[in-house]
Design a protein around this ligand. Structure first.
Ligand code: 9MR
Length: 458
């Protein structure tokens, strides 16, 4: 933050920015009295956006929309632009919910971060069952169609999401996309550039927020892309923090080293579990880190109210479940305004951050005709489980996977499966699995996740 820039000067700049946007024909709903009294206006005064993840089905909630319209200058569809949502059947595209979010963004003059074109998770069943050239072609077509549909409307696209493995290997994450060939990432980026040359193209990942083996591997990829002219404009740092995976002490340095490669950097999915002053301090530190890096374009928090969060029990957001501003909000706003009233005592350890809270299950018991393996993303108090169902030597027509949760743990929601307690059955499109082929579903929950699953075929 420029210490010579007074709050008054920042307000003037924000007002000027508002005037320009209005002159350009945008409908702008930024507050009137003191432009720097909202997250969006304060960030705009530094030349940045302040965004949030948005769920289309919540736009009719007046409290939710009221905060969205008042505070935020960028939106990221939380699930609506993902592959399963936009191409549920191969070659048939469904943009309704995502279009609703883009329309709302336009109405309030906000940018849109597109999320995500190519990802190993939340693929429709038909894509999960493809491999090789068929999958590569399907991925290229998907990127082309979706990026073309939104051409000219997206500030930044998460072209590829979460393609590197956790832990110290520095390797690519194994996935059906990775198995189509190591060049799948650059193919996705070249395809997105051809479809929408105006959008910034980002690589986005988690547990890359500090310097570690995983972020080093992403760094090497970006360096290589820049050297070979593969189009890449930005790197997204998801920044999902909690006590097991706190805001790293070298966060700013890590953002800066990527920026030095000649890409923009963005904080893309910020949430910080906790409450009160400790949480407020961490939010302020995250904001200050971005402000200190010239090429840090903006910050997106992953939801509005605590109750909107994918890990609601960790109360990781800036507004409480009733929509009231939390101390974390005030701290973030104050940091955006260059304020010093927020306590600045470091709240994060200076030791290297703990390895990502991700593990794989031991080999699963064999069911009649199918097996299920679990990949677990676990943090203090919650988890996301991704379950891969693989048919045995014969085609199966349906499946049910059972897991056992430690007492006190519970499933809160699932995707690509029909859940009944801790039992998950296929939905219409992913019951049929060919011999040796796989399909994936997922669920999230509170407490500790399961390590083993049983699979029964029909
Ligand atoms: O917040 C999203 C949640 O609603 C979905 O159930 C989940 C399914 O994969 O994805 C969540 O968002 C993720 C984002 O797309 C990528 N980075 C991690 C986010 C939190 O899991």
């Amino acid at each position: 933050m420029d210490p010579h820039r007074s709050p008054r000067r920042r307000r003037v700049l924000a007002a000027a920015a508002t005037g320009l946007a209005a002159a350009a024909g945008a409908v702008f709903a930024v507050g009137t009295a003191d432009a720097a009294s909202t997250l969006g206006a304060s960030a705009a005064a530094t030349g940045r956006y302040f965004g949030t993840a948005v769920a289309a089905y919540k736009l009719s909630d007046a409290t939710y929309s009221g905060i969205l319209d008042r505070e935020f200058t960028s939106v990221t569809p939380e699930n609506e632009m993902k592959w399963d949502a936009t191409e549920p059947t191969q070659g048939t595209f469904s943009f309704g919910s995502a279009d609703q979010i883009v329309a709302q963004a336009k109405a309030i003059g906000a940018k849109v971060r597109g999320h995500a074109l190519a990802w190993h998770s939340q693929q429709p069943g038909w894509a999960q069952n493809l491999s090789g050239t068929a999958l590569r072609n399907a991925m290229v077509n998907h990127v082309t169609q979706v990026a073309t549909h939104y051409k000219g409307q997206i500030d930044s696209w998460d072209v590829v999401n979460e393609a590197f493995a956790d832990g110290g290997s520095g390797a690519r994450r194994d996935s059906n996309l990775q198995r189509t060939g190591n060049d799948w990432i650059e193919v996705a980026f070249r395809t997105a550039r051809a479809a929408d040359p105006g959008a910034k193209l980002c690589y986005n990942d988690y547990n890359t927020d500090g310097q570690n083996a995983k972020s080093n591997a992403v760094y090497a990829m970006v360096q290589d892309f820049k050297a070979r002219g593969v189009p890449i404009d930005c790197v997204g740092f998801q920044s999902h923090f909690n006590s097991a995976s706190p805001l790293p002490s070298d966060y700013q340095a890590n953002l800066q080293r990527f920026a030095n490669l000649g890409v923009d950097v963005q904080i893309t999915e910020l949430d910080i579990e906790g409450s009160g002053t400790a949480q407020a301090n961490s939010y302020a530190a995250a904001v200050r880190a971005c402000l200190a890096v010239t090429r840090c374009n903006g910050i997106t928090v992953w939801g509005i109210r605590d109750s909107d969060s994918w890990r609601a029990s960790g109360t990781p957001l800036l507004f409480d479940s009733s929509g009231n501003k939390k101390p974390a909000y005030t701290a973030a706003l104050d940091a955006l305004n260059g304020g010093t009233t927020t306590p600045t005592t470091p709240t994060t350890p200076t030791t290297p951050t703990s390895p990502p809270p991700t593990s794989s299950s031991p080999p699963p018991p064999t069911g009649s005709g199918c097996t299920a393996t679990i990949s677990l993303n676990q943090w203090n108090g919650g988890f996301v489980a991704t379950v891969r169902v693989t048919a045995g030597s014969a085609r199966i027509g349906g499946w049910t996977v059972g897991v056992t949760l430690p007492s006190g743990s519970a499933v809160s929601n699932s995707w690509n499966a029909q859940a009944s307690g801790t039992s998950f059955s296929n939905v219409a499109y992913n019951g049929s699995v060919n011999a040796g082929a796989s399909t994936e579903f997922g669920f999230q929950g509170t407490g500790t996740g399961p390590t083993a699953a049983s699979c029964t075929a029909r």
